[in-house]
Design a binder for this molecule. Structure first.
Ligand SMILES: [Zn+2]
Length: 320
């Protein structure tokens, strides 16, 4: 619904009240001896109060940016979408008033603009900030999604979804990502066990975007992630290990399974072609299969699953 449409509706409402009043007057004139003068006054006063207050409330709401954004959002039921807001400071604005208008914490605005809570605002200056609480963060060497998520207490899936991350540009150096609900992003400090933590991470088994994540979906457990990619896309061993399965396996279609150190086994399902044999040792990044849609699959994708000591775990926690 646009602002103009609401204004139109308000005008219609005003017209209706006016027509009602004119009709009332006609009746009132016809039946002047039946209607008490007092009733007439009460009606007029009430209409005036009702009309003016509803118009005042509506126009106040129209000037509220948060409300205007809500109105222009055609999909109010979907998850909140991350947008970048550019705001030009007006006379009388304070960080608190801008934050309130956008339903944000003041810290979201100060952190995004290198301001402090007491910084003076100049009219005409432009502020840029995200449409939800949190901060943007530039990926540095050694960062992993898992560390960022656990250190900042944010769900891995939430970071992936908000930033539309796919395996191709997951955490490339210098990439700017949004971390929700924090004022400052915590990361592993320099010199701490960065090399150890990154070496325990595997690589993405194929490039593409996540079409289905790990966890419950439609009441059933999805024990891996689905990475959508065209038939024939290379599938790589996510870590070094020994091939323990290479062939048809029911709903998995053409499946490759690799046993790694630390009790991990990785599974690559629905392949069109398998390039390895059971018993073969493979290196991290070795081309082991090609994406397909074999078995129980609705379209070409790699079903990537990791089990730790037999239990499926979220693969995103094991990927760089
Ligand atoms: Zn799957």
């Amino acid at each position: 619904m646009s602002k103009d449409k609401i204004k139109g509706l308000l005008n219609q409402l005003k017209d209706k009240v006016h027509i009602g009043y004119v009709q009332f007057r006609k009746i009132q004139i016809k039946n002047i001896h039946k209607i008490k003068y007092f009733d007439y006054i009460v009606f007029i006063v009430l209409s005036i109060i009702l009309t003016t207050t509803s118009i005042a409330i509506a126009s106040k709401q129209l000037n509220n940016p948060a409300f205007a954004r809500e109105l222009s959002d055609n999909t109010p039921d979907s998850a909140p979408k991350l947008e970048s807001i550019s705001y030009t400071i007006k006379d009388g604005d304070t960080i608190a008033s801008i934050a309130a208008a956008y339903n944000l914490k003041a810290s979201t605005i100060t952190a995004s603009n290198n301001l402090s809570a007491t910084s003076a605002l100049k009219a005409g200056q432009t502020l840029a900030f995200p449409s939800m609480n949190g901060v943007y963060y530039v990926i540095q060497s050694g960062d992993t999604l898992w560390d960022l998520s656990s250190l900042n207490n944010v769900d891995v899936d939430e970071i992936v979804e908000l930033n539309n991350l796919d395996s191709a540009d997951m955490l490339t150096l210098g990439k700017k990502i949004f971390v929700p609900d924090v004022e400052k992003v915590k990361r592993l400090s320099r010199g701490s066990s960065i090399s150890e933590s990154t070496s325990s991470k595997g690589i993405w088994p194929c490039s593409g975007s996540i079409t289905s994540k790990f966890g419950r979906r439609w009441g059933r457990m999805h024990e891996g992630i689905d990475i959508g990619a065209p038939v024939g896309t290379n599938v790589y061993a996510f870590m070094s290990g020994t091939v323990i399965e290479a062939g048809w396996d029911g709903g998995y279609g053409r499946l490759v399974a690799i046993r790694h150190a630390n009790g991990l086994v990785s599974y690559y399902g629905h392949n069109s072609k398998i390039l390895v044999h059971v018993g073969e040792t493979v290196k991290k990044g070795e081309h082991i299969a090609e994406v397909g849609s074999t078995g129980n699959s609705t379209g070409p994708h790699c079903h990537f699953e990791i089990r730790k000591n037999g239990t499926p775990v979220n693969p995103l926690n094991y990927l760089r």
